[in-house]
Design a protein around this ligand. Structure first.
Ligand code: OAD
Length: 234
């Protein structure tokens, strides 16, 4: 793939963090086999059993201390530094491995583990500690903090900005995502409608593989650095 692109949108999913040791959702033994989605990833589940939900995200937040970015995260950070056109990195991941890999501008459309959302005053604030003990909101002091993670039935963040970039891009690249969750799963069609070339990098063909012009199969830690090298004309 030549470096002849000027506006790239990259979408990442759990597969890019898999080799760092973070469980994906839909693989055998993945998070959605260990937990019921309705219990830990819906507003209704939170209303039913807030302790269960707060504890689930407290454990995932704490687990970030035991993982590190892999060569795929670092390669995307290199692309951000060295690519001369526009680049928008959109992730569905709530981990912080893109940032720790060196990416400065990451759009977390499904929120972040290291952020809290106050259910009372709607403040979003960086948050590194547990929430199970109901710490007060740093702004309104109400004990109403919840994980700043987008649950099923809630609107992902910054969709306006993402669609704007998709409409203007000439290359869309999807990395390590199963294509099972909308609206992210529909980005490839938006990009194609705008005339962009589309590329999927994944371990195995995803549900939406046939929608892409090109698919390259293999582990992200190998495929992403290889593709970045090509893009930068190396
Ligand atoms: P999934 O678990 O659905 O899919 C992960 C994808 O990564 C699969 O297609 C795997 O084949 C691929 N994969 C696994 N290991 C890989 C590796 N080493 N290199 C490359 N690819 C690899 O995760 P997502 O697609 O991210 O949302 O899931 C999307 C959303 O569903 C998540 O953001 C989350 C979840 O429910 C919410 O909770 C709102």
């Amino acid at each position: 793939m030549s470096a002849n692109f000027h506006r790239i949108v990259i979408l990442t999913g759990a597969g890019i963090s898999a080799e760092s040791g973070i469980d994906t959702f839909r693989s055998a033994g993945g998070l959605w086999e260990q937990h019921r989605v309705e219990d830990v990833a819906t507003p209704e589940g939170f209303a039913r059993n807030p302790d269960l939900v707060l504890n689930f995200y407290d454990m995932r937040r704490a687990a970030l201390a035991n993982v590190a970015p892999n060569p795929a995260h670092m390669a995307l950070a290199r692309l951000e530094r060295e690519f001369r056109g526009d680049l928008l990195l959109v992730t569905q991941n709530v981990d912080d491995l893109h940032e720790r890999g060196g990416s400065a501008r990451v759009l977390h459309m499904h929120g972040e583990l290291k952020s809290a959302l106050c259910a009372s005053c709607e403040t979003r604030a960086p948050w590194l500690d547990a929430m199970l003990h109901r710490p007060p909101c740093p702004v309104c002091q109400a004990p109403s903090l919840r994980p700043d993670v987008v649950w099923f039935g809630e609107m992902p963040y910054q969709m306006g900005r993402i669609y704007q970039a998709l409409e203007a891009c000439d290359l869309f690249v999807s990395i390590g995502t199963s294509g099972a969750v909308y609206p992210a799963a529909g980005f490839v069609q938006e990009a194609r409608a705008a005339g962009a070339r589309t590329l999927e990098l994944n371990l195995e063909p995803s549900e939406g593989s046939s929608l892409f012009h090109d698919t390259r199969l293999g582990p992200a830690s190998v495929m992403v650095p290889q593709w970045v090298e090509e893009m930068l004309g190396g």
